[in-house]
Design a protein around this ligand. Sequence first.
Ligand SMILES: *Cc1c(COP(=O)(O)O)cnc(C)c1O
Length: 384
Amino acid sequence: MPSAPLYFDYAATTPVDDRVIETMLTCLGRQVNFGNPASSGHAYGQAACEVVEQARRQVAERVGANAEELVWTSGATESNNLAIKGIAQGLGQPGHLITSRLEHKAVLDTVSELERQGWAVTRLAPDAAGLIQPYAVQAALRADTRLVSLMAVNNELGTVTDFAAIGERVRAHGALLHVDAAQAVGKLLINLREMAVDLMSFSAHKVYGPKGIGALYVGARARELMRAQIHGGGHERGLRSGTLPTHQIVGMGSAFALAGQPGDSEHQRLEALAQRLREGLLALPGVRLNGCATQRIPHTLNLNIESAGFNSLALASELALSSTSACNSASNAASHVLLALGLNEQQARKSVRVSIGRFTTQAEVDTAIAVFGRVVGAASVALW
Ligand SMILES: *Cc1c(COP(=O)(O)O)cnc(C)c1O
């Protein structure tokens, strides 16, 4: 029987770390902390509230925020929706919004919804290196620009946006900056106290936490404008109602506490592994890196494979990775990110994302290089 394919899709989701599972179990079941965090009238509720607030401090600490600036959500998708729609509603009338063609659908579709409500939208194209540069954002600012929404790390490419520099320009202009940081935690240094960022979206399941929980950072300037999108009960200071999922929240707190930073030992190990993977794959004939080669996190690689017969399905039985076409399979469209980079439909369909993480071993990396070598080699032979 063939064994399960090796997991090279950490950018899509990560397995929950055992240490995170342990903390989650302390909030499930009769014997432990099962109370409703909003039941402030008795000990069960108070105990649950306490661990929720501890988790909020853990998340805040990882990103350099104050705990009270974080709102729990169901994930980065909801955080992006709350950030963009919540500010738009608070402003009361449509204005101009800047985003990019490289964003996640959770931003692009939300922005399109605002456009239907009368907002003017600029969708920036990347430069030749595949980056959204601060000067490009600066040039797109208009007198009526109210909001800029850009991602910290691109989920398909692994490229990094200089959101700190962009934030300076956006703030000087008087607009707000929202950053989708779902792919950035543990990989980039995030210190919101020193960055001109007004809103930032987080997700637990990209950082070895559970699915279905996330947070939105709402800084002081954004807080004044923010309007809730989910009503009922006034939880989270009125910004997001609903009984707090204690087990999910403590899971996110512990996942963020465990998340590394550039320079720590986990990051160094993954950097070395990623380099080995990158060199091994780029040495193969017709394999090219999509997106900027330098301004990137090491963990995520997006590769274009030129061999005529190449089909990402050939890899699927041995390696679990994202063919960017499968990502958009509902619409059967090629990746909007790769098209925005200037790849044609065919090149976009012949591209795959390979991403590594905490549980990737050197043996797995070497196997992946060998599998790619076989498939790419076979594909070039098929051409002749
Ligand atoms: C995964 C991801 C999301 C969606 O996050 P969920 O928590 O799954 O809703 C949004 N943006 C980016 C950049 C992502 O990688």
